[in-house]
Design a binder for this molecule. Sequence first.
Ligand SMILES: NC(=O)c1ccc[n+]([C@@H]2O[C@H](COP(=O)([O-])OP(=O)(O)OC[C@H]3O[C@@H](n4cnc5c(N)ncnc54)[C@H](OP(=O)(O)O)[C@@H]3O)[C@@H](O)[C@H]2O)c1
Length: 219
Amino acid sequence: MEQMKIFLLGGTGKTGYEVLKQLVDRKYSITALVRNPLGFNLDGIEEAKRQQVTIVKGSALDKDTLEDKMGKCDLVISILGTGTKNEYTEIYSEGGRNILEAMRIKGVKKLITITSGLIDMSDPSTDNFFLNRIIRPNFNKIYYDQTRWETILDDTKDIEWMCVRPTYLTNGDPTGDYRVKERHCPIGGRKIRRSDLADFIIKQISPEPFIYKKPVLAY
Ligand SMILES: NC(=O)c1ccc[n+]([C@@H]2O[C@H](COP(=O)([O-])OP(=O)(O)OC[C@H]3O[C@@H](n4cnc5c(N)ncnc54)[C@H](OP(=O)(O)O)[C@@H]3O)[C@@H](O)[C@H]2O)c1
């Protein structure tokens, strides 16, 4: 059977690179859209496996380039972000709209994307002093645009999307041992390694139990 082709956005990022590495290990063929191909090296990937990755240059905010570069693929994975800079951004909402539009033009039907566990104000597990007074105000501009992106997704029915909402991201090897709960954080959960987040994302490729859902990940 021919291996699935994946279009990846955010592959140069800390989580995106984990996703890229694990996709390659699982023998997927990936086209990664990056803003700066010259500054992107695949040193973390075995040389023999690097041919599974095609790097194309472009920004998610440039609709025409995105449409042009997306090409034929079975699935789009978007791990876009802004680092920890709490500045006004449209990378989720405008980037997301551009991704959806490019997918429609190219006939791609499946999308896995990312926001944050903390944007859901109805979640009793994250309703505490520290998160409400310190973390949420410190990242409010990021959460604002992530919320706009989720609102766009809520109105999207022609593409099968899944939106992962991680808790606080840390580094380290995957444990494979994490909890997943729809919309709300698993009780007492605080953080998740980027490698386990990548593991979860890739496990959703097939079968896809979280279509039109927003699973939260934590230990
Ligand atoms: N940090 C946390 O604790 C936490 C918690 C919950 C959720 N999250 C969310 O999880 C996601 C992953 O976080 P992370 O820290 O692993 O990500 P990150 O390292 O900040 O990576 C962000 C990626 O987005 C890319 N990007 C930004 N603007 C772009 C554009 N216009 N066109 C194309 N690519 C663009 C960056 O590319 P360049 O290399 O070109 O900059 C980079 O590859 C983020 O959305 C973050 O908000 C984070």
